[in-house]
Design a protein around this ligand. Structure first.
Ligand SMILES: [Zn+2]
Length: 241
C-alpha cells in the first residue's frame, strides 16, 4: 500500500465513525493491553480471512480457530459461497463473523460503482438466504474504493472494513514463513490482520499465534468491536449511479 493511500486511511479513520470505516479496533496501543497478575498480558486482535470459502483451507482455518477458542471474520466471495454453502453455514454456526467481499472479486479499476454495489447486494442476499445472517461488513477487493463506491456504501450504512496488519500470506511459500512472520509480529490490541483462507498459510499463522509463549493473545470477530446497532443489517439497494 503506498504512502498516499496510508495517509488517506489515517485521515478517514480520524473523522469517520468506526461502524462506517474500520481499519483497526479500539485500544490500538501496547499500553492498553490488560495485564494478568502473574505478569502476562493479553492482546485482543481480529484475524480476518478473505477470498473464501475454499474446500480445503477454510476448514483448516476453522479447525485452528476452534482449537484456540478464537473467533475470526470471513470476507467471502459470492460465487464461492454458491459453490460451498456448507462451509458458509459452518462459519456462522461456529460463531464467526461473516463479511461481504463482492460476488466475483471484480477488479476495482474495471468495475463501475453500480456493478460493485450490485455484486455486494447479490452476495449479501446469498449469505442471508443460507445462514439467516445479514451482514453489514464489507471489504472491497484489494481494499480499494472510489468516491462513488464509498458514497454508495455510506448510503447503504455498510461498515467498510480494512486492515492495519498485512503478513502478505499470499506471497508465502512454506509454513516456516508463516511461523517466522508470527515471531516478528509486533502484536498490538486492536490490530486487524489480513489473511486469506483461499491459501494454505492462514491456518498455520492462526496455529503459530495461538501457540506463542511470549504473549497471551486472542482473536475476536470484527463485529465485536462495533456498536450493536451496526449489525442490524440494512439491505444494500441496487445503485442507479
Ligand atoms: Zn480479496
Amino acid at each position: 500500500m503506498n504512502l498516499a493511500r496510508q495517509a488517506m486511511k489515517r485521515a478517514l479513520t480520524a473523522v469517520l465513525p468506526r461502524d462506517r470505516f474500520l481499519v483497526s479496533g479500539p485500544m490500538s496501543s501496547r499500553r492498553d493491553r490488560s495485564g494478568f497478575c502473574d505478569g502476562r498480558t493479553q492482546a485482543e486482535i481480529a484475524l480476518t480471512f478473505d477470498d473464501g470459502p475454499h474446500p480445503e483451507w477454510t476448514p483448516a482455518v476453522l479447525d485452528a480457530l476452534a482449537s484456540a477458542g478464537w473467533k475470526g471474520t470471513f470476507f467471502v466471495i459470492g460465487e464461492r459461497v454458491e459453490q460451498h454453502p456448507d462451509l458458509v453455514r459452518r462459519i456462522v454456526d461456529e460463531g464467526h463473523a461473516i463479511g461481504n467481499h463482492t460476488y466475483t472479486h471484480s477488479a476495482p479499476a474495471e468495475t463501475p460503482t453500480a456493478m460493485f454495489l450490485d455484486e455486494l447486494r447479490r452476495t449479501h442476499d446469498l449469505i442471508e438466504h443460507l445462514t439467516g445472517t445479514s451482514t453489514t461488513l464489507v471489504r472491497p477487493p484489494l481494499g480499494k474504493l472510489t468516491g462513488g463506491k464509498f458514497r454508495g456504501l455510506w448510503t447503504a450504512q455498510q461498515t467498510i472494513t480494512l486492515w492495519n496488519v498485512d503478513p502478505k500470506d499470499f506471497a508465502m511459500c512454506a509454513e516456516s514463513e508463516a511461523v517466522t512472520w508470527v515471531r516478528s509480529y509486533g502484536l498490538r490490541t486492536g490490530d486487524i490482520v489480513l489473511l486469506h483462507d483461499r491459501l494454505p498459510y492462514a491456518a498455520a499463522i492462526v496455529r503459530a499465534l495461538s501457540q506463542t509463549g511470549e504473549e497471551t493473545v486472542r482473536s475476536v470477530a470484527v463485529s465485536d468491536w462495533l456498536p450493536a446497532s451496526a449489525s442490524s443489517g440494512m439491505v444494500l439497494e441496487a445503485s442507479h449511479a
